[in-house]
Design a protein around this ligand. Structure first.
Ligand SMILES: Nc1ncnc2c1ncn2[C@@H]1O[C@H](COP(=O)(O)OP(=O)(O)OP(=O)(O)O)[C@@H](O)[C@H]1O
Ligand SMILES: [Mg+2]
Length: 447
């Protein structure tokens, strides 16, 4: 048996990162492997120009600084879309969407991340070296399919990775992508085509394959995220809208405040806020979102908003958020004063609404910044969360009423809903919009 185990280790070694093996090799009896089949989307990205750069840059510190600049941006983007950075191999990255954690829209997350990465790399621009400028470019391949996900390692440390044909194909797709291009396979395309504008390319036969496959170039979002039509028409929530709109009117006249819009998940907190924000005039909005999986980057949520708003060249008062923490001593204090300086500038021009989604998932420093923040005139914070946020004005979002269940259901199903069906839908969904949407979606698909 030990001999077999040695053979297994030899065979697997080619496919797995060194880190997984170094320890097991020392003591093969510790090897543990657990496997399962998973549906995932894989992103392979390669930064071309890096090798040339490392030759042209003299000191190791310089190289590290440049590499950090690029890779910390990539990590931020991976975190934003809830991906899992599986491997860093030289100047290439492999990111998994759908394992270890799955989302409904993993392919869309992967393609969105890829488009953001290409944009970020082009915004970071070329790098100055003693021998002139070096351009950095990124090429990306994306594929969706079933893999074997393996959890392997020793008792005290398990490593997660995936293997299978889907992985190899993804790397080949990356290989044929030109700099600045995102090449996706047909299974990925089918999942993202409603949201992402894509260009159909010639079929290709990938190395080691017999059959040609259809590929696409992902170009851009069809519409901006905030402008995207919601698939379900809005069921009016008069009471909620009234309360929030009246508050906003007072803020326009000089009042300030922090409101905690709370209620369990899927009740419709974000949708109410979105509808209100779409309709108000004369108020500037800052939109910040907590993310479930955040890389260890201070002020992650604010950084994300800054990138959306200003790209790589934010106003001076905000540039501190983008610095690496080790470059700043006393980071928190400086950030607090720069942030209030920035807000003051904005508030001189117009009232301001800061809309925060998923408060409980904010990175701790951003959460603390908003909690401690003073409330200058004409500033309103609306924060959505599942539990009420202490010290904020509380506003609970409740399940919708039966009449609203009827309204939404008839809108979607396009026929009058019987009392019997209404009772079923109300009871099953408990007035939760997310559940109701699932039920109605299921009904329309199975008609
Ligand atoms: N009033 C409404 N009319 C029609 N659809 C709605 C309404 N409110 C919410 N929805 C839909 O129901 C789903 C869940 O709503 P939403 O995302 O706003 O919930 P949430 O409370 O913010 O959930 P979470 O806590 O997960 O952020 C969304 O797809 C949304 O478009
Ligand atoms: Mg929400």
């Amino acid at each position: 048996m030990p001999e077999n185990k040695d053979k297994l280790i030899e065979a697997l070694k080619r496919y797995f990162p060194e880190r997984v093996f170094s320890k097991i090799e020392r003591d093969p009896t510790k090897l543990k492997v657990e496997g399962e089949r998973r549906w995932v989307t894989i992103l392979f990205g390669d930064l071309s120009g890096f090798t040339a750069l490392t030759e042209k840059l003299k000191g190791p510190e310089e190289i590290v600084t440049v590499i950090n600049r690029y890779f910390s941006r990539m990590l931020e983007i991976v975190g934003k879309y809830g991906g899992d950075l599986d491997k860093l191999v030289g100047d290439a990255i492999m990111v998994l969407f759908g394992a270890p954690v799955a989302h409904r829209d993993d392919p869309l997350r992967a393609v969105s991340a890829a488009l953001d990465m290409i944009k970020a790399v082009s915004e970071l621009g070329s790098v100055d070296t003693p021998d002139g400028k070096v351009d950095i470019n990124m090429s990306i391949g994306i594929n969706t399919g079933e893999v074997v996900a393996l959890n392997m390692g020793s008792d005290d440390r398990m490593e997660y990775t995936v293997m299978g044909d889907v992985v190899n194909t993804t790397s080949r797709l990356e290989g044929i992508a030109n700099p600045g291009e995102v090449i996706i396979s047909e299974p990925t395309y089918n999942e993202v085509k409603d949201e992402i504008e894509c260009e159909k390319l010639e079929e290709v036969t990938l190395k080691g394959k017999k059959e040609p496959i259809q590929i696409y170039r992902a170009l851009h979002y069809k519409v901006k995220e905030v402008e995207r039509e919601e698939e379900f028409p809005f069921v009016d929530r008069e009471e909620e809208k009234k309360f929030l709109l009246e508050y906003i009117e007072k803020v326009k006249k000089g009042k300030s405040g922090k409101i905690s819009v709370y209620g369990s998940y899927g009740l419709g907190k974000s949708r109410v806020c979105k509808e209100i924000i779409k309709g108000i005039e004369g108020v500037r909005t800052i939109h910040v979102k907590g993310r479930e999986f955040i890389p260890n980057i201070p002020y992650f949520a604010i950084r994300e908003w800054i990138r959306d708003e200003y790209g790589e060249s934010p106003p001076d008062s905000l540039s501190i958020f983008l610095r690496e923490p080790e470059e700043e001593s006393d980071l928190k204090k400086k950030v607090e004063s720069r942030w209030s300086e920035y807000l003051k500038g904005v508030l001189n021009v117009s009232p301001l609404l800061i809309w925060i989604e998923d408060w409980e998932h904010l990175d701790p420093l951003t959460g603390e910044l908003f909690t401690k923040m003073e409330e200058p005139e004409r500033l309103l914070i609306i924060a959505e969360s599942e539990e009420p946020i202490p010290e904020f004005t509380q506003f609970e979002i409740k399940p919708i009423e039966e009449s609203q269940v009827r309204e939404l259901s008839e809108n979607i199903l396009d026929y009058p809903v019987s009392e019997h069906l209404l009772k079923f839908l109300s009871e099953k969904s408990e007035g939760n919009l997310y559940s109701l949407k699932l039920l109605l979606g299921w009904m329309t698909e199975n008609e």
